[in-house]
Design a protein around this ligand. Sequence first.
Ligand SMILES: Nc1ncnc2c1ncn2[C@@H]1O[C@H](COP(=O)(O)OP(=O)(O)O)[C@@H](O)[C@H]1O
Ligand SMILES: [Mg+2]
Length: 277
Amino acid sequence: MSGSNPYRDDRGNKDASITRRGGEGTVDTTRRSGPIHPDPGGPFLIGENMTGGYGRNGPDILHDCTIAVDRGEIAVIVGPNGAGKSTGMKAVFGMLTLRQGHVKLDGQDITELTPQDRVAQGMGFVPQTSNIFTSMTVEENLEMGAFIRTDDFSSTMEQVYELFPILREKRRQPAGELSGGQRQQVAVGRALMTQPKVLMLDEPTAGVSPIVMDELFDRIIEVARTGISILMVEQNARQALAIADKGYVLVQGRNAYTGTGKELLADPEVRKSFLGG
Ligand SMILES: Nc1ncnc2c1ncn2[C@@H]1O[C@H](COP(=O)(O)OP(=O)(O)O)[C@@H](O)[C@H]1O
Ligand SMILES: [Mg+2]
């Protein structure tokens, strides 16, 4: 089985900030949420003028970086490897202490909230790596996704199965036995189980074929049409910007270009430097 799946060995446990071998991440679990401040106006979700890096004394990775998404829209972050795209996503999700800047969700300043409390406020996050429990079945993964819910989540699971029919078929299989594209569906489905208002996806199409990528993008558009905002990092810049309401090009932790997806696709500088001409 393992030899037949090219994605099997390419995922998991590479991002030490999310999962360590010992099972302990760098997220400070002793940290308690601070207050939420009302701050009306602006986009639905915004990480604004974010400056910060890893750990207490690590160098700044983000420099005055701003990423945002409006209600029901798709915003896409692109840029070279190591530009700080994943770091920006983690900062917005509260996995990084900002030295400067704020994160605001639906008119509230949530900069002081822990990631757990951001989930309770309506944020869903699918990290770039280690985004499923490989030894658990597909259905158990979805159940894990519903961890903060105390109500009956069976109708949400039904919605996930309608969105991704293959997951219903494979619901009793360990998620680790699925193909790369199917695993990404599990990861997205898992995040949808909390009924988020905004879904953050870090490279949801990594390592999948162009056909599977198109299918995943179609499903993501479908999710956005239900009113869920999508903030997404993508390596497939051209295809992702084509479906983006808003696009951000990050370079070395800074905003290099910002515009609508169309504007960025048409920008000669962006094309030359980031879209292969
Ligand atoms: N957990 C971490 N601890 C320390 N530095 C990190 C960590 N994750 C990423 N970095 C550093 O932050 C920079 C940006 O990385 P990343 O946000 O992963 O870029 P991208 O997602 O755009 O490829 C890189 O220099 C990388 O080495
Ligand atoms: Mg990344």
